[in-house]
Design a protein around this ligand. Structure first.
Ligand code: HEM
Length: 425
């Protein structure tokens, strides 16, 4: 088996110069160097259910067309999410179990226990707080001079939102996105660049902090404090999960899932929306002239960006997909990032068109029993962010090409220099 090189800066070939059966869609350079589009285009056209016999992540099937992705994602009996849903294996270093990586019925019980955190009533309560916080972040930004949008806005906002959901101390909020980044950024998991030692240390910190938070919340409950709607309190009030602290690998796995779920995805959609409005200035103009288009813009950005490029499954039996015979035990990767650019389902898929018909018809949130639990929260954060941006700024000019994340599981941005022009009074 080939090995993973931690930092990949070497150039990529033209996808048409590579034999079709050797095209490796898991190569993290495709994402760091923004070359994934042309690779997937060739595979979708010539071999949409594609097998690669040797890769740093072992042999795997790639599902690249929209309808095939939906077929795999909605068939959890034939395509299992256990033991893990990222292309590489987590190994035993970090014992973590969570409902994203479980099949029904266990999945269903645990999802039902945490689902109330994103119930409409909670979302409505969170919206005001998110608006207030994004307002403060935006008001502190420098005008007419360069700064990094990713660290000052996208990361900061998602850190604050996660601290709110967990009722985690605000002054330590940056721990949450840091843990989330580090846990999945190992070379052997997603082609990232984080060394094992750093990952293990981060996991230790996360376990310690979340255990302390659990005990603190429990004490508050027992001393008769009014019920609170943060995530840990919700877990403690459900019969299924009240004793989760005694199952350390489930406890930490589910909390990690919720910070990962709410972190990179929203952060990179916020950054991606700035890239998109620079790449498609006619759409930005349209939005400023008619802010009612914002809801459509949010869905369109989430499709176009596809913050999570893939989820993987293991076939539980022999099964045919797209005319190919997949064998029981085979690794099957659904490339959402490719399904969202499938022109047999979406017209002009490489373009951002904020008022396109059927704008919510995309695969960024997955389908089936694992369909994203936080989709409405993610959409709401992006909408509120842009409502507040439009009140304050005439333009967010991208000053140079953004630096992109090296990972086949996170499609995002490390940094992005921008300059803000305020709106005329
Ligand atoms: C633009 C934002 C987001 C995107 C694109 C996104 C994408 C996804 C995807 C692709 C899945 C797996 C779907 C499948 O396997 O079929 C998922 C699952 C999940 N997401 Fe999100 N997500 C986003 C925001 C959030 C937020 C804000 C949260 C925070 C609560 C969250 C929590 C979860 C959870 C808990 C799961 C596991 C669901 C399950 O296994 O039943 N997501 N998300």
């Amino acid at each position: 088996m080939a090995t993973v090189d931690p930092v990949k800066t070497d150039a990529l070939s033209d996808p048409y110069d590579i034999p079709l059966d050797q095209i490796d869609l898991s190569d993290p350079r495709l994402y760091a160097q923004n070359r994934w589009g042309e690779y997937f285009r060739r595979v979708r056209e010539e071999d949409p259910v594609h097998f690669l016999a040797d890769s740093p992540f072992g042999p795997f099937w790639s599902i690249t067309k929209f309808e095939d992705i939906v077929a795999v994602d909605t068939n959890h009996e034939a395509f299992s999410s256990e033991p893990f849903v990222i292309i590489g294996d987590a190994g035993d270093d970090v014992p973590m179990e969570n409902f994203l990586c479980m099949d029904p019925p266990r999945h269903d019980h645990q999802r039902a226990a945490v689902q109330p955190v994103v119930a409409p009533r909670n979302l409505a309560e969170m919206e005001g707080l998110i608006r207030e916080r994004i307002g403060v972040i935006l008001d502190e930004l420098p005008l007419n001079e360069p700064f990094d949008w990713v660290s000052r806005v996208s990361k900061e906002l998602t850190a604050q939102m996660l601290a709110t959901i967990f009722d985690y101390p605000f002054e330590k909020r940056h721990n949450l996105p840091y843990w989330s980044d580090v846990v999945i950024a190992a070379p052997e998991i997603s082609g990232g660049t984080i060394e094992r030692e750093e990952r293990m240390a981060a996991v230790e910190d996360m376990v310690r902090e979340f255990s302390a938070l659990w005990h603190e919340k429990k004490q508050q409950r027992e001393s008769g404090a009014p019920p609170s709607f943060d995530l840990i309190s919700l877990l403690q009030s459900s019969e299924e999960t009240a004793d989760m602290i005694n199952l350390p690998s489930e406890f930490i796995g589910n909390l990690a899932l919720l910070i990962i779920g709410g972190n990179d995805t929203t952060r990179n959609s916020i950054s991606g929306s700035v890239v998109a409005m620079n790449q498609f200035p006619d759409q930005f103009k349209k939005l400023k002239e008619n802010p009612k288009l914002l809801r459509g813009m949010v869905s369109e950005i989430i499709r176009w960006q596809t913050p999570l490029p893939h989820m993987r499954r293991i076939a539980t039996r022999d099964i045919e997909i797209g005319g190919k015979q997949i064998k029981a035990g085979d690794k099957v990767v659904m490339w959402y990032i490719s399904g969202n650019r499938d022109d047999s389902v979406i017209d002009n898929p490489d373009e951002v068109i904020i008022d396109r018909p059927n704008v919510r018809h995309h695969v960024s949130f997955g389908f089936g029993v694992h369909r994203c639990m936080g989709n409405r929260l993610g959409e709401m954060q992006l909408r509120v962010t842009w409502e507040e941006i439009l009140k304050r700024f005439e333009n967010i000019e991208l000053l140079e090409e953004p630096k992109r994340v090296q990972s086949n599981f996170v499609h995002g941005y490390e940094s992005m220099p921008v300059k803000l022009t305020p709106r005329a009074a």
